[in-house]
Design a protein around this ligand. Structure first.
Ligand SMILES: *Cc1c(COP(=O)(O)O)cnc(C)c1O
Length: 431
């Protein structure tokens, strides 16, 4: 039965590969031998065309904090569809969503809606450069801010060296102004800014590294980053595309008590529909066209469907709070640590709030930055990923992507998942 049915995803993947590079619309979705093809998803579950049901911890890589197909969001979107789905004019719900964001983020006075997180970091970096009239930016090694030229820089080339493009087709010139420092290393940032601060417009950072981990900030790291950037008169951009409305309603800024100058939001803010947000203090944000000279524009920006879904999603998060979700995450992490310890598996558990991951780290050492993440055994992870898939648990298909928990995940889901971890980690049991 399974053999015959499994051929459906396999056949479709073969077909997809004829029409799309690698058969997918975004690279991480492709894994060997072939990814499953989804037919539907609801709550904590995702269903493939071969008739299998999985508990989903990939959750579309972050946006689905309420789980799949939330009924209230669906109703709100349906109502909106009856009124049209794209106007190309201002509409009232933009104001409502802007107010919601601004109420939750004390560091934000004004927002610009865009369509993706990538577009938002692109616009946010341009804004910082325009405001400071300086060209350089500092990013964190392994930090991901979307797939555009100035942030596609290979990590690991040393704290103060100039960037090398991470992709073919990115001119060396477009990353020459991107400096990099390791995460959780305030000294490296101090050194880099000491040498370059007159030319640096901004430091852009994911407050919790979400695309090589999760890797939380240690000790007072974010406070130190805030202090260092203030001392050197450099803007601090928090890329909260993952952490915004997940760690807390006010994102990592509320969770850790550190304010940014420019905040980038995305994912959850669109309630599962495409969105990005650039937010910040009035004096900075007013530089964006048409009120200022930093150009940004978009046909689909502020579209009523994404705005409606985002608005409803935030309403629900405000109503329910994030406490229970974060507790579920803590419970997951604690239980996973115990499993690793009992089985003597060489690895560690990393995470914060509803973000978590088992890293196959050498000697089980903690993962603090990109270099640490790269030292983990990604082949072991892939083996583990596939065995979890056989147990009907869908984790992200990469050692470097975060697992997410949603409002739709129940205690029973977590129990079943922990059982699967226990069972599937046995193959990596230590002596
Ligand atoms: C996903 C992500 C982005 C890019 O957002 P898209 O909507 O995929 O363009 C940017 N920054 C971070 C931290 C992300 O996780």
């Amino acid at each position: 039965m399974r053999c015959v049915s499994e051929m459906k995803s396999e056949k479709l993947y073969e077909l997809a590969s004829k029409y799309m590079p690698g058969g997918v619309s975004s690279p991480v979705r492709a894994y060997k031998p072939y990814p499953f093809f989804t037919v539907s998803a609801k709550g904590s579950r995702i269903y493939d065309i071969d008739g299998r049901e999985y508990i989903d911890y990939c959750l579309a890589y972050g946006p689905l904090v309420l789980g799949h197909g939330n009924e209230e969001v669906k109703e709100a979107v349906k109502e909106q569809l009856d009124k049209g789905w794209l106007y190309g004019t201002p509409h009232e719900k933009e104001i409502a969503l802007a107010k919601k964001i601004i109420n939750n983020y004390p560091s934000i006075d004004l927002v610009r809606f865009v369509n993706t997180g990538s577009e938002a970091t692109m616009a946010g970096i341009r804004l910082a450069r325009g405001f400071k009239e300086r060209d350089k930016i500092v990013k964190i090694e392994g930090g991901f801010h979307g797939a555009h030229d100035s942030v596609l820089v290979k990590a690991g080339s040393g704290a103060t060296t100039y960037g090398i493009p991470d992709s073919k087709g990115v001119p060396a010139d477009s990353v020459i102004n991107t400096l990099q420092v390791p995460f959780n290393d305030p000294e490296a940032l101090t050194d880099t800014l000491a040498k370059n601060y007159e030319e640096v417009a901004a430091v852009i950072i994911e407050p919790v590294m979400g695309n090589v981990g999760p890797i939380p900030p240690q000790n007072n790291y974010l406070h130190e980053v805030r202090k260092i950037t203030e001392e050197k008169d450099v803007l601090l951009i928090f890329d909260e595309v993952i952490t915004g409305f997940r760690l807390a309603l006010g994102g990592a800024q509320e969770f850790y008590g550190v304010d940014a100058d420019i905040t980038i939001l995305g994912k959850i803010v669109g309630g599962g529909f495409p969105i990005g947000v650039v937010g910040g203090k009035k004096e900075i944000m007013e530089l964006i066209a048409p009120s200022g000279g930093v150009y940004h524009a978009g046909t689909f920006s502020g579209n009523p469907v994404s705005v409606t879904a985002g608005l409803k999603t935030i309403e629900i998060i405000e109503r329910e709070g994030l406490g229970k979700l974060n507790k579920l995450g803590e419970r997951m992490q604690t239980a996973l640590r115990e499993i690793l310890r009992n089985l003597r598996v060489e690895g560690c558990v990393s995470g914060v709030g509803s973000m978590f991951k088992v890293f196959f780290s050498p000697t089980g050492k903690e993962v603090r930055n990109y270099a640490d993440a790269l030292s983990c055994d990604k082949n072991k992870y892939l083996r583990f990923f596939h065995s979890m898939l056989s147990s009907n648990i869908f984790l992200p298909p990469s050692q470097f992507e975060t697992n997410f928990i949603s409002f739709a995940h129940t205690d029973a889901d977590i129990e079943r998942t922990l059982e699967a971890y226990k069972e599937n980690l046995k193959q990596f049991r230590g002596k």
